[in-house]
Write a protein that binds this ligand. Structure first.
Ligand code: CU
Length: 667
């Protein structure tokens, strides 16, 4: 496959900029975003202070995509969430870009149960300082603390407020909470200087501070938290260069949004909410491209805090639903974010006015050496060794103080791994140095960082050898010592089919090595067992908030490691489409009330995983990357180890000349 015209190649990197959709699953491009805006304007839906809170591609029905052949016409559609900043009214419009019409227009009921608001707009973000700083109560609180000379330079954050029933100033209104951070010198890291005890509630429609809470007199910690080398240097000089060279280029090929690498084929998608989406993932086996996953993404994550303080008990960010992960994607840089021969994909999102915004180099793709794939030394002392490598497809999003990496890994042996990387600045409050705080760690004198969780939801629309799949839970099982186990050593494994959506809401269980098996309902392998893949969970803590908390209802997906649903169009977000200020139970808990059949159906796995973060001094001023994720591994899918044909001499020159052993018996 050759490089397509939308790919440019400069200085060791290649960049794909998709300017035209040629496949039903291609991400939105700039001209489509322009066209969507024009259609909305022509229809009179984008007037005055109406803003586009999100503009997301709508995948065509699955059957349409399955039947689609290159050259067939496309019917490109987007979902626009509209917000009138003047009135607070919200609506959804389904815009048929290709046909030039609005297919559907429906108001969003944000004023009554169960509420919910479109995500926070960029202009609401940037306008926060002005609103908060014009509040006399807030100014008085700053003055009371002797901070009046800091008012012009300090930073007032716009934070999703959570949901608390009965609060007239909040429920059904579009609000954020705002905490204040000092910026003592230009360029200083504000998160190191929290003005503790000061909290403003801001109505975004009225653009005014509704109330100010001002408690306590904890001094603002003034030790800087700056992380640049000008503050933390000089840079060490002990590191010798590591150069990754691929003199013949990478082993993958890119054609538009389609990627081929070894036996893997997939399509790169991207949207403002989920960020990176991988479509139509297949693994070639004996000349046949066998389906594994139809669509894979991480469409939501929740960051609930475990603090009781009035400035923090309400924190429970939904980084996709409230802030749009993809909209906040970083542009990645060669040599910093990505090392080696890199292929980037640019992404296009819409701004609040519906104008296309290019995120250059939003998605990074490259190959990595990954140590040993397999090895054996025979009875004569002769080794056979093959090296492993993986294809890495990733992006990074920055949401406020935190930065998240979303990394998909494809391996030669048919395995898929996902890894979330959390880094950035831990959220900080202040207290008197030495205070014993059961809900936060003192990471620097006077800086207290509350305990919290980051729980992600991966949505895996699986298709193990086709869409008709079944799901089983596999536990290992000890056997009682007796006639069936005379020596007490025996154990076995037990597969329990999860036949309906109510049965398939599961917790991981490390002590029985619990995994979940996705089987083909019709295809068998060489030993006549259903072909299958295993989902291997890490099984860390699920949501720790109590069932009577509001966050339990709002982030209910995070109370189970696994949910399985029967595929239904439009079921994309596990906490619902608009978790911002939503009362809860949207998404998975609502859909699964139907208790649909999962036996031989088109299945979607929703896997919750992530970090429970008790911050440490080493997390300050910037947190070293922490990792959490899962594996999706062939288990009876392939008839033998699919890497037996790897060449033994890939790095022969280096390993033959090292004076020690050799790569393989014949060397
Ligand atoms: Cu954290």
């Amino acid at each position: 496959m050759s490089l397509s015209p939308d790919t440019t190649h400069t200085h060791g990197k290649r960049v794909t900029t998709l300017l035209e959709a040629v496949h039903p699953l291609d991400p939105l491009n700039a001209s489509e975003i322009d066209r969507a805006r024009e259609i909305l304007v022509e229809a009179g839906h984008l007037t005055g202070q109406v803003r586009i809170a999100s503009l997301l591609p709508i995948d065509p029905p699955k059957e349409t995509t399955a039947k689609w052949k290159a050259g067939d016409p496309l019917d490109r559609r987007v979902l626009a969430a509209l917000l009138d900043r003047a009135t607070g009214n919200a609506a959804e419009a389904v815009v048929a870009i290709t046909r030039g019409v609005i297919d559907e227009y429906r108001p969003l009921n944000t004023a009554s149960e169960p509420y919910g608001q479109p995500q926070i707009l960029e202009e609401e973000y940037t306008g926060m300082d002005e609103i908060v700083k014009s509040s006399p109560e807030w100014r008085a609180a700053m003055k009371r603390r002797g901070l009046e000379d800091q008012i012009d330079t300090c930073y007032c954050t716009p934070l999703a407020p959570g949901f608390f029933p009965g609060r007239e100033d909040e429920v059904g209104q579009r609000v954020v909470r705002s905490l204040t951070y000092l910026i003592p010198n230009p360029g200083d890291n504000p998160w190191a200087h929290p003005v503790e005890g000061l909290l403003a509630l801001v109505n975004l429609t009225q653009r005014r501070v509704v109330s100010v809470e001002d408690e306590g007199d904890v001094p603002v910690p003034m030790k800087h938290g700056n992380y640049g080398l000008e503050a933390q240097g000089p840079a060490r000089t002990s590191l010798k260069p590591i150069e990754i060279t691929q003199p013949e280029g990478p082993s993958f090929a890119v054609e538009g949004s389609e990627v081929h690498w070894e036996n893997w084929k997939l399509r790169i998608g991207f949207n403002a909410k989920e960020g990176l989406v991988l479509n139509q993932i297949t693994f070639r086996d004996g000349g046949e491209d066998r389906s594994v996953i139809t669509r894979a993404s991480v469409p939501e994550m929740i960051v609930p805090y475990g603090d009781t303080h009035h400035t923090r008990y309400w924190i429970s960010y939904f980084d996709a639903g409230e802030y749009l992960l993809g909209q906040n994607a970083n542009s990645l840089a060669l040599g910093c974010d990505c090392l080696g021969v890199i292929h980037y994909f640019d992404a296009f999102v819409a701004d609040g006015l519906g104008r296309p915004k290019k995120i250059p180099q939003a998605v990074c793709m490259h190959e990595e050496d990954y140590g040993i794939q397999w090895r054996h030394t025979d009875q004569h002392g002769n080794p056979e060794v093959r090296r492993s490598r993986r294809l890495v497809i990733s992006y990074f999003a920055t949401v406020g103080n935190y930065d998240y990496g979303f990394f998909w890994y494809f391996y030669l042996d048919g395995s898929i791994q996902f890894e979330a990387k959390a880094t950035g600045i831990v959220f900080a409050g202040a207290n008197y140095p030495g205070t014993n705080d059961p809900h936060g760690t003192e990471v620097s004198p006077g800086i207290f960082t509350p305990v919290h969780q980051h729980i992600f939801s991966a949505r895996l629309d699986v298709a193990v050898d086709g869409e008709d799949n079944t799901i089983h839970e596999i536990d290992v099982k000890q056997l009682p010592t007796g006639p069936a186990n005379p020596y007490g050593n025996a154990f076995t494994w037990e597969a329990t089919q999860l036949k309906s959506e109510s049965e398939a809401q599961r917790l991981a269980k490390g002590e029985v090595n619990r995994v979940w098996e996705v089987r083909s309902a019709h295809r068998t392998n060489l030993v006549d067992k259903p072909t299958s893949y295993w989902l291997l969970p890490e099984g860390k803590a699920t949501l720790l908030a109590r069932p009577d908390s509001t966050v339990y209802a709002r982030g209910n997906f995070a109370t189970k490691h696994l949910w399985v649903t029967q595929y239904a169009e439009g079921e994309l977000y596990p906490a619902g489409d608009y978790p911002n200020q939503h009362a809860g139970w949207a998404g998975l808990p609502t859909w699964t009330e139907a208790d649909r059949n999962l036996d031989g159906e088109d299945l979607v796995l929703w896997h919750s995983f992530g970090f429970t973060h008790i911050p440490r001094t080493e997390d300050w001023p910037i947190m070293p990357v922490d990792y959490s994720g899962f594996w999706f591994k062939p288990h009876g899918f392939l008839n033998q180890n699919p890497t037996m044909d790897l060449p033994s001499g890939v790095t022969e020159s280096s390993c033959a000349s090292d004076g020690g052993g050799s790569c393989h018996a014949e060397a």
